[in-house]
Write a protein that binds this ligand. Structure first.
Ligand code: HEC
Ligand code: HEC
Ligand SMILES: [Ca+2]
Ligand SMILES: [Ca+2]
Ligand SMILES: [Ca+2]
Length: 456
């Protein structure tokens, strides 16, 4: 009897073990990049799904909001969706944020249909610590105009290349785009500062909205007191409704404090739609600019809410290939190379008015702070607390699906990097030692790190 029992135990235990492995493989927590909101999709529509745990009421609103985001606005007068322009860049949100992913950089000089736009200013500090707008042009170049107004100019690009060498003797050439304005409708004043910005992906932003401000501030280390060479700081930006300075979260320099203001700013600057937040057209002094406009605001409170609701309730796709040995090695190298010092892997969200976003354990890989990225990435155009060399750490979730969603999509604030490898090699400033760790890795390790990023 004493002999039979253990034999039986061993057989039972090993059998149940096998069964478990086949039926329910253990998924690490980080696979659920958006916590309970995570969706499992790997196709071209991977960025278009609503939060997995969304309520039925919110789902109905999400579908309405989807319509607003895709809507092509027209000039006034119109019974619906009027108010486009008079100056604008594109007539719908989606024409820049393609399938909710990135925009495409201009294909040729003067290409009017790109997702990249130029922010403008002249040196100095403006109202609330913001930029000083360019007389006649404002804070952004609108390259389209309705009849009667003048488009402000065209986007032109030249390129410079530089060579990066790996220790194994192979090399890679990086190309730096330099954007200028051609055919301005009036002469540009001297010394105009230009910051090219490509349209970033818009999914998962409700979760970033739901991160507690104190959790962001806890990561800031402006004077690098811990001596690790990394000194993230928040951008303190103007909150139009609160009439106070708040921590910025959205945009490549974290210039917008919350989802609603981000949406209203996009509608206003990129499409010429006035709203409760920004009630005046941004004509920067053009004489014909106010003619033919509809009475009142172009978008009402409901429409403003819908623009924001859409991207707040877009789900993050799950991490892929998490159990692949290369991906596992890559995730270790990501920490060893200090990538995770800025691309903070994990947060737990606070409470949010959209309840599906509350108390979620998420893996966005951003600290939402500004970092000095060196002269190579600089736009030399300060805005609020962000210097001309500082950028907000972008989230890396969904990164590997970027080109599945849009094969022409590229990386970094001005879309200069064709690949993830190029994006890493452009890192400088506070991230210089991190980049050097990558550059001096053996090829197998570089590939493992890239495999990890491709799986995000
Ligand atoms: C002309 C192209 C264009 C159009 C049209 C456009 N956007 Fe954008 N969007 C951008 C660019 C470029 C940025 C980055 C801006 C920056 O960093 O200053 C951006 C940023 C954003 C962000 C912040 C993303 C992040 O990760 O921080 C959101 C959200 C957004 N846009 C939503 C919208 C909505 C909603 C609309 C329609 C009302 C819209 N956009 C229309 C180009 C566009
Ligand atoms: C000092 C902070 C910092 C460190 C360290 C850092 N990054 Fe970044 N990373 C950034 C910032 C800021 C940007 C955006 C720069 C820009 O667009 O000009 C960025 C951009 C990226 C992008 C492009 C994202 C996009 O949406 O286009 C990738 C990929 C990336 N980082 C990966 C890495 C990897 C891998 C490492 C480690 C080898 C690393 N980063 C280290 C701050 C950092
Ligand atoms: Ca308008
Ligand atoms: Ca303008
Ligand atoms: Ca530090």
């Amino acid at each position: 009897m004493k002999i039979i029992i253990p034999v039986c135990l061993i057989i039972c235990v090993s059998a149940s073990c096998k069964k478990d492995q086949i039926i329910t493989p253990e998924l690490p927590e980080r696979v659920f990049a958006g916590g309970e909101t995570t969706i499992f999709s790997t196709g071209p529509d991977a960025f278009t799904f609503p939060l997995e745990n969304i309520s039925q009421t919110d789902l109905n609103t999400h579908f309405l909001a989807d319509g607003a985001f895709a809507q092509h606005f027209v000039s006034a007068p119109a019974t619906q969706f009027g108010g486009l322009g008079p100056l604008f860049n594109q007539n719908s949100c989606e024409s820049c944020h393609i399938r909710n992913g990135r925009g495409i950089v201009p294909a040729f000089d003067g290409d009017p249909n790109s997702g990249l736009l130029l922010r403008l200013s002249i040196p100095g500090v403006g109202e609330h610590g913001g930029i000083v707008a360019v007389p006649g042009f404002g804070g952004q170049l609108q390259n389209k105009a309705l009849f009667g107004a003048s488009q402000e100019g065209k986007i032109t690009r030249t390129e410079q290349t530089q060579l990066i060498e790996y220790l194994d003797g192979t090399s890679l050439s990086l190309s730096l785009p330099v954007y200028t304005i051609s055919d301005p409708y009036i002469p540009l004043p001297a010394g105009v500062l230009i910051s090219p910005r490509n349209a970033p992906p818009v999914f998962g932003l409700g979760l970033l909205d739901a991160i507690r401000t104190e959790d962001i501030l806890a990561l800031a280390d402006e004077n690098d007191l811990d001596g690790d060479g990394i000194s993230g700081k928040p951008n303190m930006v103007w909150d139009v409704l609160a009439q106070s300075k708040e921590v910025g979260r959205f945009g490549w320099k974290a210039e917008q404090p919350n989802a609603r203001q981000q949406a209203a700013d996009a509608a206003h600057n990129d499409m010429g739609l006035t709203s409760y937040y920004f009630p005046e057209e941004h004509c920067a002094g053009q004489d014909n600019c106010q003619e033919g406009l509809q009475a009142g605001l172009d978008v009402d409170e409901d429409m403003s809410t819908l623009f924001a609701f859409y991207f707040q309730t877009l789900a993050v796709p799950a991490q892929r290939d998490a159990n692949n040995p290369d991906v596992i090695l890559g995730s270790t190298l990501f920490v060893d190379a200090q990538c995770s010092s800025c691309h903070t892997p994990r947060f737990i969200t606070g409470s949010h008015p959209i309840s599906s976003l509350s108390n979620q354990t998420i893996y966005p890989y951003t600290d939402l702070l500004l970092h000095d990225m060196g002269p190579g990435l600089a736009d030399n155009r300060a805005v609020y607390s962000a210097s001309g060399q500082e950028w907000r750490t972008p989230p890396l979730w969904g990164l590997g699906l970027t080109k599945v969603v849009n094969p022409k999509a590229t990386f970094l604030h001005d879309g200069r990097a064709q690949t993830l490898e190029e994006a890493i090699l452009w890192h400088g400033g506070e991230a210089e030692s991190s980049r050097e760790k990558f550059r001096t890795m053996p090829k197998s390790e570089r590939n493992a790190l890239l495999a990890f990023l491709e799986g995000l």
